[in-house]
Design a binder for this molecule. Structure first.
Ligand code: GLA
Length: 740
C-alpha cells in the first residue's frame, strides 16, 4: 500500500512485513527516511508521519557535506560520493551573467519534486514484450515520482513497484530529455538504496567457469566494493545479487536481511559504499565502465529494474522471497498440460562434436525408454561445425550429418513421445562460416584493428538492426520448419573490442537486442521453451528469466562440486529453473568417479537431466536410471514449486541437507548429501520445517520403500533418523507424505 501525506510530503510504502519511507524536503529533494521490518503489531494505518526531522548532524560534522540520503543521488547534488545518475548538458540552459564562461558541458543535475502518481497494473514480469502471462497476474501498485531539473528541460521518474506478499520492491528510473539538444548520460544506476549503518555483512555469489555461484561472506569497510560484469552478458565471475545484514545478527533462518538482484543481463555493476558517516549505500544498474547514453531531443530511456527487499527470517527467508517472486512474477507461466519442467536428455558430454545421425536416434530411443521427456541436440549439428573452429552463424542442418535435414530426427523424437530441443548460439559467428564470409562487418570490432577471437569466435554486432532482424528470421524459420520445442540458447565468450554501429550504447543495446529476439520468438511460438546458457552459468539473472524457462548452471557436472554450485545458486534462484544432469561415471572435467545414486540425488535437486552416454549403459544401469526418473517424477512438483530450506549447508559440517516443502505442509522432499564426512564423527540430525506438527508422515526412500513413519512433531524436532552407513558421498532423497 502506498500512502502520501500532503501535509508533510511523506511517502509510506507498506509491504506485508516491511516498510519503506521517504519525504520531499523544503527544497523539493526526495530524501530517504527508512527501510526495514514493520513492527509486528502495526496496522495498515500506522505509519511515519514525517512531522519530525530525523537526520540532524552535530555541528562538528559540518565539514561533511553531501551525506544526505537522497533517493536518487544526482551528480550536482552529490559529487563527493558515488552518484546514481550523471548527466552532461551541452548548453547552460539559463542566461549567463556578464562575462561568465559557460563551462560546457554542464555536468550538474538537480532533481526536484514535481508531482507523483500511483499506477495500478496487472502487467506481468519486469518488462518483457513477449506477452506471455506470469504465474500470478494480480494487480500491483507502482509509485512514480516525477522530478525535474530547475534549469534544464530534463525529467527523471523514480519508480517503486510493490509486491507486498513477498516484501519486494522493484526500483527503476526513466529519463526524459525535453530540451532541444542531445544530452549525454555518463552514469546511470537503476537505483541507489540506503540500509542502516552497521549493515555491513555482505553475501555475494562469485566464481568462474566450472565454479559458478560460490557464496562469499565478508564485511564492508569504509569505501567502495564493486561487483560487476564488463561484458554483454551477466558473467561467471559474479552474479548480480547480494544480501546484507548486521554481523552476528543474521543466521540461515533468523535476523534482518536486506537483499537485491538485478533484472538485467548486460554490462552491470553493483557498488557497495560505506561513506565516512558509516551510512551504507548500494548502487545497482548499468556499469559506468565505457558507458554512455545519448538522449536525443524528445528521447526517453527506461532502465531495467533492481529487485530488492528486506525480511526478518534470515538468509533462507530472503532466498524464499526471491524464489517466490521469480516463480510468480517473472518467469513465463508454465504452458500446456505439463506444469512441471520436463526430464531432459542432452547429448553434449556423450558426443561433443562427433555427431552422427544413427547414434542420435539410438540415444533418443534409449532416452524415451527410461522416461526422458525432452531430447536436446547440442552443439555440432549445423553448417561445417565439426569442431569449435567453424560453423557458428550458419543455422542450417549439416548436410554431412543430416542429409535430409533435421526433420527426420525431430519426427522420431516426437513419435517417441518426447519434445525436441536444439542448441543454438545466435549471438556468435566463426570466421570460418558463410555468414562471416558474407558479412565480415557484422561483428563487434574497431576498423583497422585486430578482432580478438575467444573459442575461435567473434560476437555479432547486435547494435545493427539488420543483424537483429536476420537472427529473428533465421531462428523463427528454424522453429517453424523443424517443429522445435526448446532452444538451448548459449553464449560462449566475453567482449574484447566493443566497436559497434551503436557506439558505447552497445553495452546495453546488445542485451536489449537479445531480449528483443527472445520476445519475438516467444510471441511467434508461445509454446517454445528457452534455456539460458553461457558457457555454463554465465547468464543467470531476473532479466533473462523473464524470457526463459530454465538455465544451465555450470559445465561442471561433478556431483560433489555441483552441490556447492547448486547451494550457492539456491541463495537467489529457485530449483524450478535449475537444470542439472547426471553424467558419466567418471566425470569429464574432474576425472572423479561417483556412484549413480549420488549423481541422481544431486541432479534431482533441480530439473533432472541426463547427459551420459545411454548407448554405453547396461540394461541393469538403464533400469536403475528409469527407476530414479520415475521417482523424480513423483516428487518433482515439490522440488519445483515447494519452499526451499537449507537445513545444513556445506560450510558448517561439510554436509548439505535441503528440504522442499509444499505450502500446506503435507508433502516434502529432504535431500541429504555428505560431502566431507569425517569417519569417527556423528553427523547432526536436521529438524525439518514447514510440516504439520500433528500430522503423521510416511518417509519413502528413492526405491519407494517406506523408511519410517514419524509425526510432524518428531520430524520438526529431531528430523529423519540417520542410517549407519555414512561416508563421503552418502546421499538420500527422502519423500515425505502426510497420511492422515
Ligand atoms: C557451452 C555449454 C555446454 C555445451 C557447449 C557446446 O560450453 O555450457 O553445455 O552446450 O557450450 O559447445
Amino acid at each position: 500500500m502506498i500512502h502520501f501525506n500532503p501535509e508533510t510530503s511523506t511517502f509510506n510504502l507498506h509491504l506485508k512485513h516491511s516498510y519503506y519511507a521517504f519525504q520531499i524536503d523544503s527544497a523539493g529533494r526526495v530524501v530517504h527516511l527508512g527501510w526495514g521490518p514493520r513492527p509486528e503489531t502495526a496496522t495498515e494505518t500506522e505509519r511515519i508521519r514525517g512531522s519530525i526531522r530525523y537526520q540532524t548532524y552535530p555541528p562538528h560534522l559540518s565539514f561533511i557535506t553531501q551525506h544526505r540520503p537522497d533517493e536518487i543521488l544526482a551528480f550536482g547534488d552529490v559529487t563527493t560520493y558515488q552518484e546514481t545518475l550523471k548527466v552532461a548538458f551541452p548548453t547552460a540552459g539559463s542566461p549567463l551573467a556578464r562575462g561568465e564562461s559557460p563551462h560546457l558541458p554542464v555536468r550538474d543535475l538537480r532533481l526536484r519534486y514535481d508531482q507523483h502518481e500511483i499506477v495500478v497494473s496487472g502487467s506481468p514480469g519486469l518488462s518483457p514484450a513477449h506477452g506471455l502471462p506470469t504465474g500470478r497476474m494480480s494487480e500491483r501498485e507502482t509509485l512514480r515520482v516525477h522530478l525535474i531539473d530547475p534549469v534544464q528541460p530534463f525529467k527523471v521518474i523514480l519508480n517503486y513497484r510493490l509486491t507486498p506478499e513477498h516484501d519486494i520492491l522493484e526500483r527503476w528510473i526513466e529519463l526524459k530529455n525535453e530540451g532541444d539538444h542531445t544530452v549525454t548520460v555518463d552514469t546511470c544506476y537503476f537505483a541507489s538504496i540506503h540500509v542502516p549503518p552497521g549493515t555491513i555483512q555482505l553475501t555475494t555469489l562469485s566464481g568462474s567457469w566450472a565454479a559458478e555461484f560460490t557464496p562469499t561472506r565478508q564485511d564492508l569497510n569504509q569505501g567502495i566494493f564493486i561487483l560487476e560484469s564488463r561484458s554483454v552478458q551477466t558473467g561467471h565471475q559474479a552474479n548480480p545479487f547480494f544480501m546484507l545484514n548486521t554481523p552476528d545478527r543474521a543466521t540461515e533462518e533468523g535476523g534482518t536481511v536486506y537483499f537485491g538482484q538485478l533484472a538485467y543481463s548486460g554490462s552491470w555493476r553493483i557498488t557497495f559504499e560505506q561513506i565516512t558517516t558509516r551510512q551504507i549505500r548500494v548502487h545497482a544498474g548499468y556499469n559506468p565502465f565505457d558507458f554512455k547514453i545519448n538522449l536525443a531531443p524528445g528521447d526517453t530511456h527506461i532502465t531495467p529494474a533492481l529487485i530488492c527487499g528486506v525480511c526478518q527470517d534470515g538468509w533462507g527467508g530472503a532466498s524464499r522471497r526471491m524464489h517466490d517472486f521469480l516463480l510468480e512474477r517473472v518467469l513465463p507461466a508454465p504452458r500446456g498440460s505439463q506444469p512441471w519442467r520436463p526430464v531432459l536428455y542432452n547429448s553434449w558430454e556423450d558426443t561433443y562434436f562427433d555427431l552422427d545421425y544413427d547414434h542420435q536416434v539410438t540415444l533418443a530411443r534409449r532416452a524415451a525408454a527410461i522416461g526422458v521427456e525432452l531430447f536436446c541436440l547440442d552443439d555440432g549439428w549445423f553448417g561445417d561445425r565439426r569442431s569449435d573452429r567453424a560453423g557458428l552463424g550458419d543455422w542450417y542442418a549439416s548436410p554431412a550429418i543430416f542429409p535430409k535435414g533435421l526433420r527426420p530426427l525431430v519426427d522420431e523424437v516426437h513419435q517417441l513421445g518426447m519434445k525436441f530441443g536444439l542448441w543454438v548460439e545466435p549471438e556468435m559467428v566463426n570466421r570460418d562460416s558463410n555468414l562471416y564470409r558474407m558479412h565480415p562487418d557484422w561483428v563487434l570490432h574497431f576498423p583497422g584493428r585486430e578482432r580478438s577471437e575467444a573459442r575461435n569466435q567473434l560476437i555479432l554486432d547486435l547494435g545493427r538492426t539488420e543483424v537483429v532482424e536476420y537472427l529473428q528470421a533465421t531462428l523463427d524459420s528454424l522453429v517453424t520448419e523443424n517443429a522445435i520445442d526448446f532452444f538451448k540458447w548459449d553464449m560462449n565468450r566475453n567482449v574484447s573490442e566493443p566497436g559497434s554501429v551503436a557506439g558505447q550504447a552497445i553495452w546495453y543495446r546488445h542485451c536489449e537486442s537479445v531480449y528483443r529476439i527472445m520476445d519475438y520468438l516467444r510471441r511467434r511460438h508461445p509454446n517454445l521453451d528457452i534455456q539460458s546458457c553461457s558457457g555454463g552459468g554465465g547468464r543467470v539473472d531476473a532479466g533473462i528469466l523473464a524470457r526463459t524457462d530454465q538455465v544451465w548452471v555450470s559445465d561442471n557436472t561433478d556431483a560433489l562440486d555441483r552441490i556447492q554450485i547448486q547451494e550457492g545458486f539456491s541463495l537467489c534462484y529457485p530449483a524450478r529453473v535449475m537444470e542439472a544432469w547426471v553424467t558419466h561415471n567418471q566425470n569429464r572435467i574432474t576425472n572423479r568417479v561417483w556412484p549413480l545414486a549420488l549423481r541422481f540425488d544431486v541432479a534431482m535437486r533441480g530439473i533432472l537431466g541426463i547427459g551420459t552416454n545411454l548407448a554405453g549403459l547396461s540394461d541393469v544401469e538403464l533400469a536403475e536410471c528409469a527407476a530414479y526418473i520415475a521417482y523424480y517424477k513423483r516428487i518433482r512438483h515439490i522440488i519445483q514449486s515447494g519452499h526451499l530450506y537449507r537445513l545444513q549447508n556445506l560450510q558448517t559440517f561439510g554436509e548439505s541437507v535441503i528440504e522442499y516443502v509444499m505450502p500446506d505442509g503435507r508433502e516434502a522432499v529432504c535431500s541429504v548429501i555428505l560431502r566431507d564426512f569425517r569417519p569417527g564423527s556423528i553427523r547432526p540430525l536436521s529438524p525439518l520445517r514447514g510440516l504439520n506438527s500433528s500430522g503423521e508422515y510416511q518417509v519413502f526412500d528413492r526405491d519407494f520403500s517406506e523408511f519410517a513413519r514419524l509425526s510432524g512433531f518428531e520430524l520438526m524436532t529431531l528430523g529423519i533418523p540417520s542410517e549407519p552407513d555414512q561416508y563421503p558421498g552418502y546421499s538420500r532423497t527422502w519423500y515425505l507424505t502426510q497420511i492422515d
